[in-house]
Ligand binder design. Structure first.
Ligand code: NAP
Length: 503
């Protein structure tokens, strides 16, 4: 399905689905049970989208019981493994999520993987409502030559590594074979990874960065970071606050070519329509004119490279690792259909030497068995959070199945964006509940938590309850205190599971 068809198509679908889906509910409404009746809800994924959904469900429906499952033994998803260690204020939201978990009508089951410990169909037979909130745990790729060379990592892998995610604790990026790193993309994740590479390690030492990452950054030889964007400064995907922060790093000189700051009428129009773009452009323009101090050998360099499209990853001389990027110069053209300015190659190429590349062009959600998936957009097709059976015009609503967060709308937005996203999905659930769609007296009785526990026991799956996480939390905080850090994260699977049992 073409992208441009999506909006009109979605509207057509809504018109088509409403009468079809709810014709059955007209009779069901008459038999709908009281809102005090139990409603068994399972949320898959304990990041912000999952916890906001649980919170809204608990507030919005008296008899609801919410179970949150997560494949990690630890809750909070991207707040724990995505938010940068030097952004502690963004992590405060976990206090709110912990209060949700403490609600007697809510339970957490960590170390439970949908797809291997239990299937989607088992889950749907067990719960009245299943809400998928498992986010985006993979990466977009370029599909250009050399992408599998050593020394090339996705930003997600690098972020998971410095944040102590147990799947990436062995990544060991080599930060000592080069003085130059290239970051591809200019969104906030790109700024995060560039900032971590450039920031003084004395400043990082008092954050919750993983200890092995701090050690590696202390011995890093990287002095220059190139942030490469295929479009111009007006189109940089970062936001002003994050840009201001990286431009203000101590001991870092910033380089921006004056020529790249020239604006076209279309750029001016974009800035007129967006305060963020205007602010980002102003900050970059100002940074370009600041006198750079060169008298200190300790100063690192941040280079903004605009209008360059990656075309090849080139090997180092001995072929053992990445040695340079081949970039094609670009121009911006109105693509006609969307009115967006897109980058088109000029046929002029150049090389940028480097010893490590971090690809920061977006996260990607993964499909699971039994779930429809829009491969092009990397989301589950849905109508206001109600999962659709396919992307086609004849799609039907999957009863009792909902989606929220990055899996619903794609990998964009800050933590708080998930609050509105969760509200929309929960509104859909509550609307369906009021229509009696979950209380068909002739339908099977869902067991909820009891059923989940039976399945986990049959499969010998050892889950981590919320108080198991609290034991991990206590240990991490105690270990951190010894080093003047908010916490020292436990980064290995077996140690996490051990810590969850102890105490
Ligand atoms: P993003 O904001 O979508 O940025 C992706 C970047 O990759 C853009 O510069 C984009 O350029 C570029 N890109 C995509 N495909 C490309 C290709 N084929 N070739 C070259 N460049 C390509 O994604 P993100 O940085 O991963 O961030 C995800 C979300 O998390 C964002 O909403 C972000 O604001 C949020 N976040 C927020 C914070 C914070 O608030 N502190 C921190 C981290 C993340 P084009 O624009 O040309 O497509």
């Amino acid at each position: 399905m073409g992208r441009r068809l999506l909006l009109p198509h979605t509207r057509r679908l809504m018109l088509f689905l409403r009468p079809m889906r709810y014709s059955a509910s007209a009779t069901a409404t008459a038999t709908a049970g009281s809102l005090r009746d139990p409603l068994h809800v399972c949320v898959v994924g304990s990041g912000p989208a999952g916890f906001y959904t649980a919170e809204k469900m608990l507030k919005g429906r008296e008899g609801v019981r919410v179970d949150i499952i997560d494949r990690l033994p630890t809750p909070f998803g991207l707040v724990r493994s995505g938010v940068a260690p030097d952004h502690p204020e963004t992590k405060i939201v976990v206090n709110q999520f912990s209060r949700v978990a403490a609600n007697p009508r809510c339970s957490f089951f960590g170390n439970v993987t949908l797809g291997s410990d239990l299937s989607l169909s088992e889950l749907r037979k067990t719960y009245d409502v299943v809400v998928l909130a498992y986010g985006a745990e993979s990466d977009r790729s370029f599909g250009i030559p050399g992408e599998d060379l050593r020394g090339i990592h996705s930003a997600r892998e690098f972020v998971w590594w410095y944040n102590g995610h147990p799947d990436m604790c062995n990544l060991a990026p080599d930060l000592t074979n080069t003085d130059s790193a290239v970051v591809l993309g200019q969104g906030n994740v790109a700024l995060d990874v560039a900032r971590i590479l450039l920031r003084c390690t004395t400043e990082l030492a008092s954050t919750d960065i993983a200890d092995y990452a701090l050690d590696a950054l202390r011995s890093s030889t990287i002095r220059k970071v190139y942030l490469v964007g295929r479009r111009g400064p007006v189109q940089a995907a970062c936001t002003a606050k994050e840009l201001r922060e990286i431009l203000g790093l101590k001991n870092v000189n910033v380089y921006i070519k004056e020529a790249d700051l020239a604006t076209s009428p279309a750029d001016k129009e974009e800035m007129r329509n967006s305060r963020i773009k205007r602010r980002v452009y102003e900050l970059l323009s100002k940074a370009a004119t600041v006198h750079q101090e060169n008298n200190d050998n300790d100063r690192k360099e941040l280079h903004f490279v605009f209008f360059r499209k990656p075309t090849k990853f080139l090997p180092s001389e001995d072929g053992s690792t990445v040695g340079a990027m081949e970039l094609e110069k670009t121009l911006l053209k109105d693509d006609g259909a969307t009115g967006k300015q897109v980058a088109v190659g000029t046929g002029e190429f150049e090389e940028l030497k480097c010893g490590i590349v971090l690809k920061s062009i977006g996260y990607k959600s993964l499909p699971i068995e039994g779930l429809s998936f829009d491969k092009y957009r990397g989301v589950v097709p849905n109508l206001r959070g109600r999962v659709l059976s396919s992307e086609s015009e004849t799609a039907t609503v999957e009863p009792g199945l909902y989606v929220v967060g990055w899996l619903k709308r794609g990998p964009t937005g800050i933590v708080a964006t998930n609050l509105h996203c969760a509200e929309e999905t929960v509104d859909s659930i509550l609307e369906d509940d009021r229509k009696g769609l979950f209380t068909d007296p002739s339908g099977p009785k869902r067991q909820g938590r009891r059923g989940l526990l039976e399945i986990l026991e049959q499969k010998n799956a050892r889950y981590v309850p919320f108080d198991g996480w609290e034991k991990i939390d206590t240990k991490e905080k105690a270990d951190g205190e010894l080093k003047n850090k908010p916490r020292e994260k436990i980064t290995r699977w077996n140690e996490l599971l051990e810590a969850a049992r102890e105490g």
